[in-house]
Write a protein that binds this ligand. Structure first.
Ligand code: GAR
Length: 208
């Protein structure tokens, strides 16, 4: 059974999707053993508490140097014997130390079809604002491994979502979450826990 840490910063609807999937038995060979928040006021922490999942808070601003923060997060994850780290709306950039310590073991959910609308500065509602500004007809979400390039790691699963007349960034964000993010993130985590993802040349292959 693999130990899963879910890193959050806000509402935590993706954390909830993971908890619900776990309760339905859809996270095979894995268990959420820890939630880590960058924000002490995140509603995601209440979700963790309600489900008896131990939670920790780690804030970048409590460390004068980024490297100290990077080390502290890495040590925290190691001390909890974490096998896989899930970024579920975690809004602090990860450093080299944690990325190297958990190579191809950190999964992020991004609210667009990478390589569109991704990279530095593309997070949360901003992603949907840009998609609407460009006038694309299809967007979606991507679950991918994290490497040192922002949103550049191997793609695990993508799911497309149609843009509709009258969409606002908020309406589109909700549709992308409901139709894509909450489905593909638990699936990607389960595939990882079942050892069904092979990474080669910055790409993944899923074993049936
Ligand atoms: C989600 O839409 C997630 O894809 C996005 O933040 C939201 C968090 O919502 N993440 C990024 O933009 C990362 N670049 P949640 O706290 O309700 O899960």
């Amino acid at each position: 059974m693999k130990n899963i840490a879910v890193l959050v910063s806000g509402g935590g609807t993706n954390l909830q999707a993971l908890i619900d999937a776990q309760n339905r038995g859809e996270i095979k060979n894995g268990k959420i053993t820890c939630v880590i928040s960058s924000n002490p006021n995140a509603y995601a922490l209440i979700r963790a508490e309600k489900n008896n999942i131990p939670a920790e808070i780690i804030r970048r601003k409590d460390y004068s140097e980024f490297i100290e923060y990077d080390n502290a997060l890495t040590e925290l994850l190691k001390s909890k014997n974490i096998d896989v780290v899930v970024l579920a709306g975690f809004m602090t950039i990860l450093g080299k130390i944690v990325i190297n310590a958990f190579e191809n073991r950190i999964i992020n959910i991004h609210p667009s079809l990478i390589p569109s609308f991704c990279g530095e500065g593309f997070y949360g509602l901003k992603v949907h604002e840009e998609a609407l500004k460009k006038g694309v007809k299809i967007t979606g979400a991507t679950a991918h491994f994290v490497n040192e390039i922002c949103d550049g790691g191997p793609i695990i699963i993508q799911k497309a979502v149609e843009i509709q007349n009258g969409d606002t960034p908020e309406i589109l964000q909700k549709r992308v979450m409901e139709q894509a993010e909450w489905k593909i993130l638990p699936k990607a985590v389960s595939l990882f826990c079942e050892d069904r993802i092979i990474v080669k040349d910055n790409k993944t292959e899923i074993i049936d």
